[in-house]
Design a protein around this ligand. Structure first.
Ligand SMILES: [Zn+2]
Length: 159
């Protein structure tokens, strides 16, 4: 993870830049597309808000400069497809099909301070920090974790 403030190449998974101390969550949050953040504006979006619902999860796909935000609510289905098809988080634009992401791959429950991921019995599995998690069982995530959906590597940060 390269610090956008000072350029230092940090080890993966660190939360504060090892050189300048910048909060990587805040730094990544600033890089989330404005058009995407506008979706959260009605929720009094603020990086310093007391409630986790106002602090989106920032997700950063390996190989892509632009992170995206995942809102803080339960039952977010990640995979490939449209909202009409029941997919809340469509990863098609990140090469999901080639990377072995199933149509309904994983569910994220992010409303609480301890967001969880559930593998929805996907073909190629969900890995957290290189360990495959059991299908249909909640796995508690920590900020800085690497979540792999099939072969798609996603680093997540949250507060
Ligand atoms: Zn830095």
């Amino acid at each position: 993870m390269k610090c956008p403030d000072c350029g230092h190449e940090n080890r993966v998974g660190v939360l504060l830049c090892e050189k300048c101390g910048a909060d990587l969550y805040e730094v990544l949050l600033e890089r989330v597309a404005t058009r995407q953040l506008s979706k959260f504006q009605t929720r009094e979006f603020s990086a310093n808000g007391a409630s986790p619902s106002s602090n989106p999860i920032v997700a950063y796909v390996a190989g892509y400069d632009q992170p995206f935000a995942i809102e803080r609510r339960n039952g977010i289905i990640a995979g490939r497809g449209t909202e009409k098809e029941g997919i809340d988080l469509d990863l098609t634009d990140y090469g999901a099909q080639d990377l072995g992401v199933s149509r309904r791959h994983a569910r994220f429950d992010t409303q609480s301070n301890n967001p969880i991921v559930i593998d929805l019995n996907s073909t190629n599995g969900v890995y957290v920090n290189d360990s495959r998690i059991a299908a249909n069982q909640a796995y508690v995530l920590r900020s800085g974790d690497e979540v792999k959906l099939g072969r798609m590597v996603v680093r997540i940060y949250f507060k």
